[in-house]
Structure formats: C-alpha cells, structure tokens
Design a protein around this ligand. Structure first.
Ligand SMILES: Cc1cc2nc3c(=O)[nH]c(=O)nc-3n(C[C@H](O)[C@H](O)[C@H](O)COP(=O)(O)O)c2cc1C
Length: 184
C-alpha cells in the first residue's frame, strides 16, 4: 500500500534540494504532502512543491479549507512518516522545547507517527551547544535524524551542515518502510 509522507520544509538555503526530494519520493511511489514555514517560502514558492507532489501545500495554521477537519491534526494523522528537511536550527529548537507557533511545529506536536529530521545549516550553527542540546533532547524524545554531510556550504564554509542528498534520503525512507513491512 502507498505510504503517506508529510515533508515539512523549513527555511534554509537547502530548500531547493527539498524540491528534488519530493520528486524522488513521488518517483519511489510515496504519496507526499508538503508543509512550509514562512521562511521556507522566502526561498522557494509553494507552487514548486505543489507541482512536484501533485498535492496542496500547507503553510497557514488558520487556513482551514475543510470545515469538517482541523488541518494540522488531520495531516498529523494522515502521515505514516513526517520528514523535516531541511530542518533549521530554529525548528529544531522549537520542537525540542514544545513550541508550536506555526503550522509545522503545531503539526509535529500532534504527530504520533515517526518523525525524522534532516538538519542543514552553517557548520558553526550545527556545532553550537544549544543546537547540540536540542538535537539530543529530540533524540531522547524519540525523533530520528538524517545527519548532514560534510562539504562545501552555501555560506562559504566547508564542514558539516549540508542537507543529505535527496536520493540518499529517499533510499533511507524506502529501506525504513521495507523493514517495517517485514516485521508485520
Ligand atoms: C540566505 C539565508 C540562508 C539561511 N540558511 C539557513 C540554514 O541553512 N539553516 C538554518 O538553520 N537557518 C538558515 N537561515 C536562517 C533561517 O532562515 C532563520 O533562522 C529562520 O528564522 C528560520 O525559520 P523557520 O525555522 O521557521 O523556517 C538562513 C537565512 C538566510 C537569510
């Protein structure tokens, strides 16, 4: 059966890679819906994700299109997996502290499915004790991480902080559902 993936896109320079990730995931036969933060929409418009996912894109907690549902609860329930990619230092910090002040963080708190985060940021941000502390807290809370890779960063630095490649993330998701199917 087709699995549902909610891709939560927060506002880092790697947002462009998230468009390719949607393309990869849909080619791998996942049903993908995309949610964006306000900052993510500074980098790429929702239209790109709408076209790639062939689904509506969500970003406004208070835009309740269907009066029979509450969108963030409905999407949290719909998802078999929530993937936050790229995950900014900001979203990581908010989730680690139970803050729910936009549609992504609100949906994440309502989720009972597995939540995976793929951090992407400047190498010094990734090394910051506050970010490390928040990641450790989320790991203790049951979230999983797709670690950033090392390499040339958009900010000009070389180091750890690049969003893992869309093909690799897709492969990890495919493996996860294969293993899950075997255990059933
Ligand atoms: C050009 C540019 C690139 C940025 N890249 C990143 C990034 O890669 N990772 C990150 O955590 N924040 C990055 N930021 C900062 C975030 O956009 C900022 O912290 C924002 O508040 C995040 O909001 P969000 O988490 O709601 O999407 C960048 C900002 C700018 C202007």
């Amino acid at each position: 059966m087709q699995k549902n993936i909610l891709l939560c896109v927060s506002g880092g320079i790697a947002v462009y890679k998230a468009v390719a990730l949607v393309s990869n995931l849909t080619k791998a036969n996942f049903n993908v819906k995309v949610m964006m933060t306000e900052s993510a929409r500074q980098f790429v418009t929702p239209l790109s994700f709408q076209v790639m996912s062939k689904n509506d894109v969500y970003f406004d907690t208070f835009d309740e299109k269907d009066s029979s549902k509450i969108a963030h609860i409905d999407l949290a329930d719909w998802a078999d997996l929530i993937l936050v990619a790229p995950a900014t230092a900001n979203v990581i910090g908010k989730l680690a502290n139970g803050i729910a002040d936009d549609m992504i963080t609100t949906t994440l708190l309502a989720a009972t499915c597995p939540v995976w985060l793929a951090p992407a940021m400047n190498v010094h941000m990734y090394d910051h004790p506050a970010v490390k502390r928040n990641i450790a807290q989320l790991a203790a809370d049951g979230c999983s991480f797709i670690e950033p890779s090392e390499g040339f960063l958009a900010c000009g630095y070389v180091g750890k902080g690049r969003l893992e490649e869309p093909e690799k993330i897709t492969g990890i998701v495919v493996d996860f559902f294969h293993k899950e199917a075997k255990t059933k």
